[in-house]
Design a protein around this ligand. Structure first.
Ligand code: PAF
Length: 298
């Protein structure tokens, strides 16, 4: 049965957004929409919502008659020592934000609904996951691909929206949907940034004020490198200069600063770059990893 979200302590409901917690209730909520030939858009999330997530909901709203958001902090995509147990969880707040952005239904499955006892299947996408985040976070993309495959199969949306902020994840999900013939259109939503250029991320909340002051240097370094490459500079020089600029700006470590093919994220040959490409970087401020990327050409 669909319920509504209530705050943890007394008072009235924060939102009238309907919420379902298992597949049976999800199917029941979707059935009348399907019967009315309404198209359905899915926005998978792990909660801790910010304006970036809400832009995904608005994009889904503009591309489908009904919007379902999922909220599931997926244990399978966190590595040992990562922030699964401390990941911010506030369903009432997230529900109110989703409703305000035009979401019609929240699917917040219990862990056992996604990973029932005896669960033994992993969806693993090769190639596009081989390095960058795939190398830094072993098992991460298998966790993402498995949960996203399940959510797409459970909700059977016509479209599903993912942010370009996690660009390697987006291309992994595109590959997954293509390879498994999932009847869904994967839509990419542009990165939403703070006024100083920092890409919005739930993990920005972990930054100290000093780290937050350094963080916009990531986007600036990417933009400078993209401009250098577009101006005829060699990719390898722009990558090296970009990585060094991050350390000079105050980042503690640079995990990668890479120019890649925009679809399969394959490496590009040395020298000037003629075709459209994607510049991706990840760098650390203390224990917080920041990811960002920009288009180059195209
Ligand atoms: O991008 C995220 O929030 C997660 O990786 C996703 C796609 C919801 C899968 O858990």
């Amino acid at each position: 049965m669909a319920g509504t979200i209530r705050p943890r302590t007394g008072g009235c409901s924060l939102t009238a957004l309907s919420i379902v917690r298992n597949r049976r209730d999800l199917r029941a909520a979707l059935a009348p929409w399907r019967a009315a030939h309404a198209s359905v858009g899915l926005v998978p999330t792990m909660g801790a919502l910010h304006e970036g997530h809400l832009s995904l909901v608005r994009l889904a709203r503009s591309r489908s008659d009904k919007v379902v958001a999922s909220l599931f902090v997926n244990p399978a995509q966190f590595g040992p020592g990562e922030d699964f147990s401390t990941y911010p969880r506030d369903e009432a707040r997230d529900g109110a934000l989703l409703e305000g952005a035009g979401c019609d239904l929240l699917y917040a499955p219990a862990p056992g609904e996604i990973y029932p006892p005896g669960f033994a299947t992993t969806v693993s996408v090769a190639g596009v996951t081989a390095d960058m985040e795939g190398a830094m976070r072993p098992g991460h993309f298998a966790g993402v691909a498995t949960v996203v495959a399940k959510l797409l199969i459970q909700a059977k949306p016509d479209v599903a929206v993912f942010g370009e902020k996690d660009y390697q994840q987006l291309q992994t999900i595109r590959r997954l949907a293509l390879d498994l013939d999932l009847p869904v259109e994967i839509i990419a939503a542009p990165i939403v940034r703070d006024a100083d250029g920092l890409a919005l991320s739930s993990r920005n909340a972990y930054l100290t004020p000093d780290q937050r002051a350094v963080a916009p240097a990531l986007h600036q370094a990417l933009l400078r490198a993209a401009a250098a490459i577009k101006g005829g500079g060699r990719a390898e020089d722009a990558q090296a200069t970009g990585g060094a600029a991050l350390l000079t700006a105050g980042f503690d470590a640079v995990d990668y600063f890479e120019l890649r093919a925009p679809d399969d994220l394959g490496r590009l040959g040395p020298g000037p770059v003629a075709a459209p490409a994607r510049l991706l970087a990840a760098a650390r401020l203390g224990r917080t990893r920041l990811l960002d990327n920009v288009a180059v050409g195209g």
